[in-house]
Design a protein around this ligand. Structure first.
Ligand code: PPY
Length: 332
């Protein structure tokens, strides 16, 4: 392993939107040689980064502008915080940290293994149509699929989850079915279609044009290797965003307000808040939550030490996942 190499994990195979995000973040680097390594799942992007020292970064999807949270990633952040034992007062220090973000324009294509036999409305002639894609996709093409079912009244549709959009294309290419009354198609990017030499039946079928998925760039928190050569660079004119997760003393009335008041008291501006179910163990009651917030401070003279000390007093537990520059694609 050359000291000037870095290895980046992404949800594979090649041609996924995660692959695109990894290329956007690291593809233009001239100072280092980047090895892009596909994984079979988003959990592997976390596990391999945490446990395999030859891996330097992971790029994982976090949220989509149409259908919100990529819950797989939110829950992996939650579970990693819960599993981490390193603490400083109520602060949990996780083995991974967030060092960057990327935004990828999503343009889903309807893809078949080859050109269909007839040009005119061929889909309605099939008895069954099986559509493969990543579960994140279904909420982004809901209107399109509803319309497709309306024009193919006699056809049975099956939506089948795959580990990624590009994996969906691989599946229809290499697991061809012999039943001529069944058509197997995939929903993925144009890149995934071209890489697999598949046929694009229709371009940009996502319901909302400008549909975008946000990705996080993760590394091991105290990894000296990447601190020197691989840290993502960007024009520093953009503000720094902080990503934090925290849990509250949920039975104390006003506990969430008290925490958010710490941001207000320090003139810190919150730019996102979301939550996921949280349980401290099998005997724990339901309907408890972990909160995800992002925030930034516009001026220079904040005393972050005081801010976090105040924050620590109000939280049950909290984790500062990272501070990273707002990516210029956020504004596009
Ligand atoms: O499967 C992919 O291409 C991914 O990178 C996950 C995903 C799926 C759908 C939208 C954004 C990211």
């Amino acid at each position: 392993m050359n000291m000037n190499d870095i290895t980046v994990l992404f949800l594979g195979p090649e041609g996924t939107y995660s692959h695109q995000a990894a290329l956007q973040q690291f593809g233009q680097r001239e100072d280092v040689h980047v090895n892009f390594v596909p994984t079979q799942s988003i959990p592997q992007c976390f596990e391999k980064l945490e446990n395999n020292l030859s891996i330097d970064y992971s790029v994982v999807p976090l949220e989509n502008s149409t259908n919100g949270q990529v819950v797989f990633s939110y829950d992996l952040l939650r579970d990693l915080m819960h599993a981490s034992t390193e603490r400083k007062s109520n602060q949990i220090i996780t083995p991974l940290e967030v060092v960057g973000e990327q935004y990828v324009s999503i343009a889903h294509c309807l893809i078949s293994a080859s050109r269909l036999p007839k040009e005119i409305d061929p889909l309605s002639e099939y008895k069954t149509i099986k559509i493969y894609s990543h579960p994140q996709v279904w909420g982004q093409v809901n209107e399109y699929l509803t319309h497709l079912k309306e024009i193919c009244q006699g056809t049975k549709f099956e939506c089948i989850d795959t580990t990624s959009t590009s994996e969906a294309v691989s599946k229809i290419m290499y697991e061809k079915n012999s039943d001529t009354t069944t058509l197997e198609i995939a929903i993925a990017s144009e890149t995934a279609a071209h890489l697999n030499k598949a046929f694009i039946l229709e371009h940009e079928i996502n319901d909302k044009k400008g549909n975008t998925t946000r990705f996080l760039v993760l590394k091991r928190r105290n990894d000296e290797h990447v601190k020197t050569i691989g840290a993502p660079t960007q024009d520093r004119d953009f503000m720094d965003i902080n990503l934090m997760t925290f849990t509250i003393k949920q039975d104390d009335p006003g506990s969430l307000v008290d925490i958010l008041t710490v941001l207000k008291d320090h003139s810190v501006n919150m730019c996102s808040i979301s939550s996921r179910p949280y349980s401290k163990g099998p005997k724990d009651t339901n309907w408890q939550y972990i909160f995800f917030i992002e925030y930034y401070y516009c001026q220079e003279n904040i005393n972050w030490e005081t801010f976090y000390k105040d924050f620590d007093l109000k939280c049950e537990a909290w984790c500062l996942w990272g501070t990273f520059p707002r990516n210029e694609r956020y504004y596009k």
